[in-house]
Design a binder for this molecule. Structure first.
Ligand code: NAP
Length: 457
């Protein structure tokens, strides 16, 4: 064994979302190979999509950060926030300072529909909207025209459910959460009354979880409306209902379709077997969407895929959110497969000394907890390799080497202790505003809050 407590395996984890923290946990909890873990994030704040993705009205899900805080308190763990791989440090520099580098960078971009009119004003990705209401520094400056009455959300996964719920919910029910203040103000003025939720396949193939569609169906502020004629199942779909989750989803929308259309102020019109084929503009802005009715045909893998029937409809919408999945953003000098949209790997191994976890490894699927087993599997591969590997003589082994490198570049990195100070300040700001938390939404604001907090009064 080459690794000793005095010369531990040095690991850099790039990204501090769930997959990064589960990898750190698996590394620090094992006793076989002595390790030291440095975690980097391009933002000053940790926790990735738990902070910037999970919806503000789903606070319970965010309690998972308590697990990550315990990991951050373990000996051998350091956090370097506000350090962007590919901009502030290069992949080559990381390789000079670590035996293993783990990419836990998620999927920060989104898939496009590839239809005419997609780039018109008023057409957005769900990623932008989610980042905006969650106060993500990348998206806080975005503007969404909520003065229109009709919006469409394309795709029926759980992200589409979040976007729809935030549009359909009574803003006062969001007021005490950690929603960004500017987003709450904008939603209070929203005139959106009708939201079209568009699935290209049928109710048996819906990607949402039963709890998520039920939450929309039970909103006090909005009526979920489903057309019975779109719930007729073909033979393959009928067979798919042997899966209890599929059955729950199919049964729930069938129940909703039997309800009489009520008089709630907003409507969510869930449609199945329709695909947008064009966004129609007026003066450069979206004014309508042309959709094509689909039929379901065998996909050659035992399932069904959508096929256009040549029958079209036009729905008047002034705002469109595409929510058809995420994809990764390439990092300079790190492998990336454009076709699949993430880092190519074999069971988490990218190339010797480089590994990947989470969505960057397998694509944008699964819930937060899915990442634990996924990260553990990559860590097992890392430990297997480490046992067979000699310590490279060219790796800088002084614990000060990385802080010195960052200081030499005049980078103001944020430690986990710094983050805990920001966390306290956000909670205090929240308490003053009668909310759970008021986030800092720009990097400059975060750094200046840290400077002021460090200056004695
Ligand atoms: P997703 O679950 O993969 O759903 C994507 C949706 O987009 C599917 O309905 C898909 O339909 C549709 N789609 C893809 N390409 C399309 C196209 N060209 N035209 C029309 N529709 C298209 O992705 P997601 O909603 O982004 O969620 C990502 C992951 O995060 C999921 O695992 C999700 O469960 C998780 N998540 C969970 C929560 C929660 O638990 N509350 C919240 C947010 C996200 P097809 O099925 O036909 O491909």
């Amino acid at each position: 064994m080459n690794w000793t407590p005095d010369r531990p395996l040095q690991v850099a984890i790039v990204g501090s979302g769930p997959s990064g923290f589960y990898a750190a946990e698996a590394l620090l909890k094992q006793k076989d190979v002595p390790v030291r873990v440095d975690m980097f994030d391009r933002l000053p704040t940790p926790f990735g999509l738990v902070r910037g993705g999970v919806a503000p009205d789903h606070q319970k899900i965010k309690n998972v950060v308590m697990v990550y805080e315990k990991v951050a308190a373990m000996p051998g763990f350091r956090f370097f926030g506000n350090v962007h791989l590919g901009r502030d440090v290069s992949a080559a520099e990381l390789r000079k300072h670590y035996d293993h580098v783990v990419y836990a960078v998620g999927n920060e971009s989104d898939r496009k529909l590839g239809i005419p009119g997609e780039d018109l004003q008023g057409s957005h990705s769900a990623t932008e909207f989610v980042g905006w209401y969650n106060g993500h520094p990348d998206h806080r400056e975005r503007a969404f025209d909520l003065s229109v009455e009709r919006a469409a959300v394309v795709g029926i996964g759980n992200v589409a459910m979040d976007v729809t719920r935030i549009l359909a919910e009574d803003p006062e029910r969001l007021a005490k959460t950690d929603i960004a203040d500017y987003a709450l103000q904008a939603l209070r003025k929203s005139r959106v009354r009708e939201i079209w939720l568009l699935g290209r396949r049928g109710p048996a193939q819906a990607a949402y979880s039963p709890a998520e569609i039920e939450e929309i169906g039970e909103l006090e502020s909005a009526e979920l409306v489903v057309r019975p004629d779109e719930l007729v199942l073909d033979e393959v779909s009928k067979a798919e209902t042997s899966d209890p989750t599929v059955k729950k989803n199919v049964d729930y929308v069938a129940d909703v379709a039997r309800r009489a259309e009520g008089s709630k102020a907003k409507k969510v019109r869930l449609r199945f077997c329709v695909s947008p084929v064009e966004l129609i503009g007026e003066g450069g802005r979206v004014s309508a969407m042309k959709i094509e009715k689909n039929e379901l045909v065998p996909d050659g893998k035992g399932g069904v895929k959508a096929k256009g029937t040549g029958r079209f409809e036009t729905i008047p919408v002034g705002l469109v959110f595409r929510s058809v999945g995420y994809r990764g953003i390439p990092i300079p000098d790190v492998a990336f497969d454009e076709k699949i949209g993430h880092i190519p790997n074999t069971a988490g191994r990218v190339k010797p000394g480089e590994y990947v976890v989470g969505w960057a490894k397998r694509g944008p699927s699964g819930l937060i907890g899915t990442n634990r087993a996924d990260s553990v599997a990559t860590v097992q591969a890392m430990l297997e390799d480490a046992r067979a590997q000699a310590a490279r003589p060219d790796v800088a082994r002084d614990a000060r080497a990385v802080p010195d490198l960052l200081a030499s570049k005049k980078l103001r990195y944020v430690t986990f202790q710094d983050w805990k100070r920001l966390d306290r300040l956000e909670l205090e700001r929240g308490a003053k505003a009668g909310k759970i938390r008021e986030k800092f939404t720009t990097v400059a604001e975060m750094l200046s809050a840290l400077e002021s907090a460090a200056t004695p009064a």
